[in-house]
Design a protein around this ligand. Structure first.
Ligand code: DGJ
Length: 710
């Protein structure tokens, strides 16, 4: 290797100047600059070197791979910490490096802190760059431990990247987008909930002002971690904007004694010049490397029966589900000892014999006998004080001993760093998975972690998160076919740390399609549709009270890992027929929806959402009206992602019922596309668009497109 390390894939380039001192400098992250030789790369570094400013250090200030004050860096540093109150000024130097298979490894030795830092950057074939650091303390065991306060992996951005998009939210309104204009200073987002939370920044994206789904240059970061975390985008007057983050550590949480190591979570960085859809495509490609069987259509019992577990009722529900075409039945909360409401039982992971006198066997056998998989709800990390677990092991409850603070949903957190508690959970879940042949676990987590200290008073979110990962990993080793869903009061734990070892997320407890359109649209910014649980609820939403048409609910739930969450035994024959048609449609379109490229469009009308999934030959689009608008027309909508050079046929899928519309006569092509295929050149669809009918609010139109070979 010469002076430069260059990682390249799928149009993205990342270049590091290894000769820069004291540590290498990132000279480029963004569009692939092509196959540059050493001369070209030297020119890249040379012409990019900034001026030396007045009232400033006498060397040009650039963003190194490990920014420190030693280099004159006045922004967020890569490392903060101390050894007994000193060693606070890291001075790392590059001592080793290697580059192979698009993976760059840099080893830095720091004479002040004594740490040896290994930084790895790996460019995936999707163009997503993963970055990770390992800090190793020296072997000398008599030395005072080094206390790590923070580690941030930072990458430079160009100066035009000043518009920030990240996310916030609450229960039933996850991943609500927010845009901010970056000035001088830092835009910082932190989670101190022991999980990413419903208001997780999720994917911090920065771009030139006005970037949209289809257009603009954007740079983004996702921290793949299920505990506390921190994201920052920062610009100072003298240095380029930087984007970075990592785990958020509490004071005293991480102390590296002799020979101990700390591995940061992976930070996933991605760039695109095709706007937010381009970014999403990279993250989807990354996650689609893991092979998955077709995502089975789910029935979840929660909103159908809540805690009212009654075998006959559940058997009838399973029968109805099988008739509709369901492939997996998930028995939600309420099956274990003492769990008749949400104030007791958590922690006692044995079947409640008062409700299930023969155990779960009659139900499980019935479900499996109908050809469906069986899933079961757990909330392993939680405990009610009204449980045998809490009575027998108060020391397993996380928090200040004897005074664990206020409950949240009547519950507390189990200290997974306690080996006995961890083993109890593993043994209990393992036994049930083995006994009932459980195919799927819905793994819930319904409270924030506050004062998350063990019984010595030591903060534990870091170790708690690792213990959670170990627990899931061990269950997966013991039961290789077992699938797990990450749920946290809906979508409170959606991150690529947990998704490395689980199989989908529950995006939200909100099944109201009006809200779901937005939640799924933005959850899809990081996750492909097949990882996003999306269920059809009843006419009146249990979480918003809003009434919606079934065609809108069905069309919304189609674009994810679909399921049903309502009492099918209370549905009319007409409703069952509709659900059955929808189930067949889901199975027909599943290969497309779960492998294609997700495309979205910004429309001038805020009340109108347009999105789709397309493959080479086939596409399904949805036009959804969320609210009315002052405009009479919905105007021509361009169909993103199709080829201008090909001819297409389009039709409106009417199996779920046609949306209600508000006009004397719909555009003529709509009538024709309901009756059969309408032909149109790709350039017309992509660049001119099709005139849309004016839908009533709470309605969706499904438009299917195929390549016209005639
Ligand atoms: C919260 C989840 O998000 C719901 O789907 C449901 O499983 C309940 N917990 C059960 O208590």
């Amino acid at each position: 290797m010469g002076r430069f390390a260059q990682l390249r894939a799928a149009g993205t380039g990342f270049v590091v100047d290894l000769a820069a001192t004291p540590v290498p400098v990132v000279v480029h992250w963004g569009r692939d600059l092509g196959e540059l030789d050493e001369t070209g790369l030297a020119a890249l570094a040379f012409v990019g070197e900034p001026a030396v400013l007045n009232n400033s250090v006498d060397v040009p200030r650039r963003c190194s791979v490990w920014p420190t004050e030693f280099e004159g860096w006045a922004g967020t540093p890569a490392l903060e910490g101390h050894r007994g109150g000193i060693a606070t000024t890291p001075r790392p130097r590059l001592v080793e490096h290697s580059l192979a298979d698009n993976r760059l490894e840099l080893v830095l030795a720091d004479e002040i802190t004594g740490l040896r830092i290994t930084l790895t950057y790996t460019m995936d074939s999707s163009g997503v760059l993963s970055a990770q650091a390992t800090l190793a303390a020296p072997e000398a065991i008599d030395a005072e431990p080094y206390e790590v306060a923070s580690v941030s992996i930072l990458l430079p951005l160009p100066s035009q990247a000043v518009e920030v998009l990240d996310f916030t939210g609450k229960w039933c309104r996850e991943r609500s987008p927010q845009r901010t204009r970056l000035g001088h200073g830092a835009h910082v987002r932190e989670s101190r909930r022991g999980k990413p939370g419903q208001d997780s920044p999720f994917l911090m994206t920065v771009g030139a002002p006005g970037f949209s789904f289809g257009d603009g240059e954007v740079w983004a970061l996702h921290v793949a971690w299920s505990g506390d975390q921190r994201y920052v985008v920062e610009q100072l007057p003298e240095t380029p904007p930087v984007l970075g983050g990592g785990e958020l550590l509490r004071a005293g949480e991480l102390r590296l004694g002799g020979g101990e190591r700390y591995e940061t979570p992976i930070s996933y960085f991605a760039w695109s010049d095709e706007g937010l859809d381009g970014l999403a495509a990279r993250f989807h490609a990354l996650q689609r490397k893991r092979p998955r069987s077709p995502r089975p259509l789910v029935l979840n019992t929660w909103e159908a029966v809540y805690f009212n577990h009654d075998l006959d009722r559940l058997l009838a529900l399973a029968d109805a589900a099988a008739k509709v075409g369901v492939e997996r039945v998930v028995l939600d909360d309420g099956w274990f000892r003492g769990r008749r409401a949400d104030n007791a039982g958590l922690g006692d992971w044995q079947v409640d014999k008062t409700v299930w006198p023969q155990g779960l066997t009659p139900f499980v056998e019935h479900v499996k006998g109908l050809g469906m998989q069986f899933g079961l709800w757990f909330e392993p990390e939680m405990v009610n004080l009204d449980s045998d677990l809490a009575r027998q092991h108060p020391e397993w409850v996380l928090g200040v001993p004897g005074e664990p603070g206020p409950p949240s949903r009547n519950q507390y957190v189990v200290d997974l760093t306690n080996p006995e508690a961890w083993t109890y959970l593993l043994t209990s879940i393992d036994a049930l998975v083995a006994e009932y042949g459980i195919d799927y676990i819905k793994w819930d987590h319904n409270r924030d972690l506050h004062e998350a200290v063990d019984h010595t008073g030591r903060p534990v979110v870091h170790n708690q998160t690792l213990a959670l990962y170990r627990l899931i990993d061990e269950l997966k080793v013991r039961h290789p076919g077992l699938e797990i869903e990450s749920c946290a009061s809906g979508g409170g734990r959606v991150d690529l740390g947990i998704l490395t070892r689980t199989d989908r997320v529950w995006a939200s407890d909100c099944n109201d399609p009006v809200e779901r359109q937005s939640i799924q649209r933005w959850t899809g910014q990081l996750l492909p549709p097949e990882l996003i649980g999306s269920h059809v609820g009843p006419e009146r939403s249990h979480t918003t009270g809003r009434r919606t048409d079934d065609s809108f609910r069905l069309a919304t739930a189609l674009f994810g890992h679909a399921g049903i969450e309502q009492d099918l035994t209370a549905c009319s024959p007409a409703e069952i027929d509709k659900l059955t048609a929808w189930a067949a449609m889901y199975k027909e379109l599943r290969p497309l929806l779960h492998s294609g490229r997700v495309v979205r469009a910004e429309l001038p009308d805020d009340g109108l959402f347009f999105h789709g999934v397309i493959s080479n030959e086939h596409g399904l689009f949805s036009l959804a009206r969320i609210s009315t608008s002052p405009a009479g027309q919905s105007w021509r909508v361009r169909l993103p992602g199709l080829s201008r050079a090909r001819d297409y046929r389009l039709r409106i899928r009417a199996e779920l019922g046609l949306p209600s519309m508000r006009q004397v006569r719909a555009p003529e092509w709509v009538t024709a596309a309901i009756d059969g295929w309408v032909r149109a050149p790709g350039s017309v669809l992509v660049d001119a668009g099709v005139a849309m009918p004016t839908l009533d609010p709470g309605q969706a139109l499904l438009l299917e497109v195929i390549v016209d070979r005639a």
